[in-house]
Design a protein around this ligand. Structure first.
Ligand code: ZN
Length: 159
């Protein structure tokens, strides 16, 4: 079976940034399963996998536009320490923030005196991603999976 919209694909992968650092991975024992064509994965990965079959391996380099987008320096702000929750604040910590109707994630990228720098960009925004991929399996999605827009595990799930 070839990977196409409405198939459930199981992959193992290693994700590295431009300097060769491993950012994320999934192996045979804990593969990533996703519903193709439902926007579950970044566009560059779906595009690379489209049409492949079980056993296919590939190395893909994905520019930011087909991954997590470019960085927006307007999303980097400084706030006084007092606007953040109590407790220790460290570089690398993430907070949920309310803006308008939505909820976003910000990462602490700097601390100076009473001032905290928060970055609302996705941590991988602006990064060119290097994927080593292997297709472990392809099957047709069930009607329920198509309705929900995501994969259900062997035991189904509760929503
Ligand atoms: Zn579901």
């Amino acid at each position: 079976m070839h990977i196409a919209d409405q198939t459930v694909v199981s992959i193992q992968y290693t994700l590295k940034n431009g300097s060769g650092e491993i950012l994320d991975q999934a192996d045979k024992e804990h593969p990533l399963q996703y519903l193709h064509g439902a926007g579950n994965l970044i566009p560059g990965v779906e595009k690379a996998l489209l049409g492949s079959e079980e056993g296919a391996t590939m190395e893909v380099v994905i520019p930011p536009e087909e991954a997590y987008g470019g960085r927006d320096e307007g999303l980097v702000i400084e706030v006084p320490r007092s606007e953040l929750p109590e407790g220790e604040i460290q570089v690398g910590m993430q907070f949920q923030v309310q803006h308008g109707e939505g909820v976003g994630i910000v990462t602490v990228t700097g601390l100076e005196g009473d001032s905290v720098t928060l970055d609302g960009n996705h941590p991988l925004a602006g990064e060119t991603l290097h994927f080593d991929l292997q297709v472990l399996g392809v099957r047709a999605a069930t009607a329920e999976e198509l309705e929900h827009g995501h994969v259900h595990g062997p035991g189904g799930h509760a929503h």
